[in-house]
Ligand binder design. Structure first.
Ligand SMILES: C[S@@+](CC[C@H](N)C(=O)[O-])C[C@H]1O[C@@H](n2cnc3c(N)ncnc32)[C@H](O)[C@@H]1O
Length: 256
């Protein structure tokens, strides 16, 4: 039986003091992947969010990132997700007392119900790779919802270098969807309306991913039992091909 102290120690990371204040049991209960609070804080450390801004949280899952954004940065958040019902997220949002600033919407990322240039910022945590790899998506669709000069940022799993084909022995082909950091950089840089400000491997990303699994293993049950093999893959990989990309760009003042 693991102690509460041990669990909190694993959850608290010195690089992420804002996340450390949150309840690890709450995060565990609603998690859908590597700690979204760490990822959100890692992204926001490099973005320029100001109180009152309108922020789109794309693919927010259970809206923990949206709640975190509203509480920590005083922004208004439109929490969009496809797999999780808006009513479910609304319950969580009300429980956290941020129903005046976090607005849950059930929507497909390619059919967003917003006015052009509505958002001051767009964020996406562990989600952009599901819909954002299409060459037309950012350039001809998503960017129009961002005001000129506004920032878009995302963190998603990515490999430090392209995974060779055939795959290295320690990785099976379930990792087929991982693109490299360079791939993401080129993907965003081909968008003429966007100035890419940051495209990098998230420092310490592999370590965070491992730590996240060690945290999950402290609980008696796994939300998704099938994912236990992810830790084995991470350990065998040692960060050669598994990590995260952190991308931030500005919509240009002029142009498309
Ligand atoms: C791995 S989960 C991450 C959820 C959350 N951001 C987190 O990190 O906890 C991926 C999320 O992307 C969302 N998603 C995937 N495809 C989407 C699409 N086409 N439109 C909107 N959301 C999508 C899913 O609904 C899911 O909640």
């Amino acid at each position: 039986m693991v102690s509460d102290l041990e669990l909190r120690k694993k959850f608290q990371v010195k690089e992420f003091p804002r996340s450390a204040k949150y309840d690890p049991y709450w995060v565990h209960k609603h998690e859908m992947g590597p700690n979204v609070l760490w990822l959100t804080e890692a992204l926001c450390q490099r973005m320029e969010l100001k109180p009152g801004m309108r922020v789109l949280d794309l693919g927010c899952g259970t809206a923990m990132s949206s709640i975190f954004l509203a509480k920590e940065y005083g922004v208004q958040v439109w929490a969009i997700d496809l797999w999780i019902r808006a009513s479910e997220n609304f319950g969580r949002i009300c429980d956290e007392g941020v129903e005046d600033t976090v607005f849950p919407i059930h929507a497909e990322a390619r059919q967003l119900p917003f006015a052009d240039e509505f958002f001051d910022a767009i964020v996406s945590l562990d989600s952009f790779h599901y819909y954002g790899t299409d060459v037309h998506y950012l350039e001809f669709y998503l960017l129009k919802f961002l005001k000129r000069g506004g920032e878009i940022g995302m963190i998603s799993p990515a490999s430090p270098i392209e995974i060779p084909s055939p795959f290295p022995e320690h990785l099976d082909d379930t990792w087929y969807w991982m693109n490299s950091v360079e791939w993401w950089q080129n993907h965003w840089e081909r968008c003429p309306g966007l100035e890419v400000k940051l495209a990098e491997l998230l420092p310490g990303g592999w370590e965070l991913w491992v730590r996240w699994h060690e945290f999950l293993n402290l609980f008696e049950t796994r939300n998704r039992p099938g994912e236990t093999s992810e830790l084995e893959d991470l350990m065998a990989d040692q960060g050669r091909y598994l990590g995260f990309v952190r991308m931030i760009g500005h919509r240009k003042e002029i142009g498309p």
